[in-house]
Design a protein around this ligand. Sequence first.
Ligand code: UT7
Length: 324
Amino acid sequence: MSYARITAIGSYAPERLADNAYFESIVETSDEWIQSRTGIKKRYFSAENEYTSDLCVAAAKNLAEGYGKDLSDVDMILVASVTPDQIMPSIATQVQFKLGLENTGALDVNAACAGFGYGMVLAQGLIAAGSHKKILVIGGETLSKVTDYSDRTTCVLFGDAAGAVLIEPSDTQCFFSNITGAEGSGGQDLYMTSKHDCINGETVNANGMIHQNGRRVFKWAVTTMPVKIREMLAKANMDIKDIDWLIPHSANMRILEVIANNLEFPMERVLESIVNFGNTSSATIPMALHQGVKNGQVKKGDKMVLMGFGGGLAYAGVVLQWDL
Ligand code: UT7
């Protein structure tokens, strides 16, 4: 069994700024409603000809700058996304090609906002098994391309971004435990389909856009995530008091507040990316973590909980130590 650690991190947000005033101009909403109900101030949208693989490549290039070493021996690329450039080929193979990485496997992870958490669990497992030595885990989304701009209940929420980490073998233990789970019975509460009009017996809107029953997903997230975070910490023989940073999926500032409050964890030690980037699904966790690293909040030795949750409904998290 090999230990694993994060050895580099990078992120990227596209250029096109969409502030709340933009949404006031296209739907019946207000900056006040958006900020008070979600925490979001702004988000960024990809250009028309800019796809998820492009954002993922930009995040990986940003990671490479900080890493300072060659990425040519990356032996696995895992890309978490619900907005692939197309169904086939995978985003991961496009990233492999665009980065010119000759010696790597490439696989997409389809687990919506839990995707980055699942990617971390898989990467740590492959390193522990000894089969892989350098894994790029990327969460990337161009949600602006699948957003219904006539639906004010969803369109104000989403943004585009990508975040990447590199995972390699370590002499010391930096991953302490993980948790993965699913409640497929809630599939109809958050979906995007163009092929089927029925999920779990409920008729759904098959127009290729994201649809969400916000209240149901909100309730599920705030009741389930604290329980699962406690379970994950117990597996690591840890208590929330041992944790320096909590990084739940940035779906909504109010969700982060309820989770932190339930865990009796201070909000000042919650890292988020919702305020400045919106909900970027699989990218929210690496975006939040990278911001915390760049602004000097996260320090070597800090312990943290990363917890992704969303469409599926699915969730995946890890408890780890920052060792950079
Ligand atoms: O990332 C994957 C996981 N996703 C989540 O975790 C998202 C979970 N859900 C949420 O974050 C929240 O449910 C939302 C932000 C989506 C919605 O917030 P809410 O506080 O649950 O609002 P609501 O759906 O209960 O709607 C409250 C009111 C409604 O009006 P009435 O029926 O009270 O008259 C909505 O029509 O707010 C109205 N509304 C809006 N008003 C202005 C909904 N969207 C908007 C809007 N602007 N954009």
